[in-house]
Design a protein around this ligand. Structure first.
Ligand SMILES: NC(=O)c1ccc[n+]([C@@H]2O[C@H](COP(=O)([O-])OP(=O)(O)OC[C@H]3O[C@@H](n4cnc5c(N)ncnc54)[C@H](O)[C@@H]3O)[C@@H](O)[C@H]2O)c1
Length: 342
């Protein structure tokens, strides 16, 4: 068992640790939130008594206020009170939305994260950010609300579709690129047998950054590498009904934000290595050159901007990142074109 910080457990018996945790607390009710897939594939691993299972449809398109309303209705119907616990059993969508629903319900009830996708294990479940999408904007409603504990059981990944696994892997590549060049090089060759140790390394990196700057006043912003462009691609795709996963959009975002990192000092050689590495793992997403302006418009609405300027994270060198770097439309457009024609 790996304990990272004092609240993240990584173990193939993590759900047993959750059972022990529940026995040590006196919750009035234990409710489990899952989506249809994680209910089917992961709920069977639960070994503790559950008062109610709340099941929502899967996918980013349901990470919204209307699904939240269903969760709040289910909590009310089950008689959940301020001493109840919500267990979020699912990927980043269930974790973000369940955490948000729990943090609003009766001004906040306890919740724990049991991430079941790779992306949720290495990223979404760590750091206490919860939220939902609003209109065409990703995570527009949300807050910082730390879970009581995070229980990561890597074995749950056995039923995760390969495409989702690779999407989560993008956030691990990000951890290497912003914090540990050796780890990035190791990740260039995808190897499932190394995944458990790599999950630990990624969680360690994310946890260390968050611990240094929990409210994202400074250093934590480096975790947004690839996300300024990635989020805009994802929002655009969502509004157009295109089939693009969060991690795939982030991979494309990292590709482009590496290109613009030349102005932060990243060498041509490193940029080429990053682009080739990302391209070897992910297909080029089906965007078109004439969509650059619409995607840029979405970037202008990014929560991380200041004074109407688009800002992003850049890499001065492999394994280091700097935040609040200005990005102009011509710089983005050129990187976008390079990406589409790579
Ligand atoms: N809070 C944060 O700090 C943070 C960080 C990164 C990403 N996120 C959010 O995370 C979300 C993406 O997370 P995601 O990629 O996990 O998406 P997701 O929750 O939609 O899960 C992906 C798919 O895999 C299925 N699934 C999950 N675990 C499974 C399993 N073990 N077996 C079979 N199927 C399984 C889900 O039902 C879903 O269909 C985005 O909304 C993003 O904004 C949040």
């Amino acid at each position: 068992m790996q304990l990272i910080g004092d609240d993240i457990i990584i173990s193939d018996k993590a759900l047993d640790y959750l059972k022990n945790f529940l026995e040590s607390r006196n919750y009035s009710k234990v409710l489990v939130l899952s989506d249809e897939n994680t209910q089917k594939h992961c709920a069977g691993a639960i070994t503790f008594p559950v008062d109610k299972h709340i099941v929502v449809p899967p996918g980013e398109q349901f990470k919204n206020l209307s699904t939240c309303t269903q969760i709040w209705d289910a909590l009310l119907e089950a008689g959940a009170d301020r001493s109840s616990l919500l267990v979020n059993l699912g990927g980043g969508v269930v974790g973000d939305m369940g955490g948000f629903a729990a943090s609003c319900y009766m001004r906040g009830i306890d919740f724990v994260q049991v991430p079941t996708s790779l992306l949720a294990m290495v990223d979404a479940s760590v750091g206490g950010k919860v939220g939902i999408d609003y209109r065409d904007y990703k995570n527009m409603l949300g807050q910082f609300a730390p879970p009581e504990m995070v229980f990561i059981q890597p074995k749950l990944l056995e039923t995760l579709p390969e495409r989702e696994l690779l999407a989560g892997y993008a956030e691990m590549l990000k951890h290497g690129l912003i914090a540990n060049a050796g780890y990035w090089l190791e990740l260039l060759e995808f190897n499932k047998r190394r995944l458990k140790l790599q999950i630990e390394e990624s969680v360690r990196i994310k946890h260390a950054v968050v611990e240094e700057d929990p409210d994202e006043q400074g250093k934590r912003k480096i975790l947004n590498f690839g996300h300024t462009i990635g989020h805009a691609l994802e929002s655009y795709a969502l509004s157009e009904g295109m089939d693009v996963l969060h991690g795939e959009a982030v991979a494309a975002g990292m590709f482009m934000e590496s290109i613009v990192s030349s102005k932060a000092g990243l060498t041509r050689e490193d940029i080429d290595q990053i682009c080739a590495g990302i391209r070897s793992l992910y297909p080029i997403l089906p965007f078109k050159e004439d969509q650059a302006e619409a995607i840029w418009t979405l970037m202008l609405k990014d929560k991380k901007n200041k004074s109407g300027k688009v800002r992003c994270v850049m890499l001065p060198t492999l394994g280091e990142a700097i935040f609040d770097m200005d990005l102009s439309f011509p710089e983005f457009e050129e990187a976008f074109r390079n990406y589409l024609n790579f």
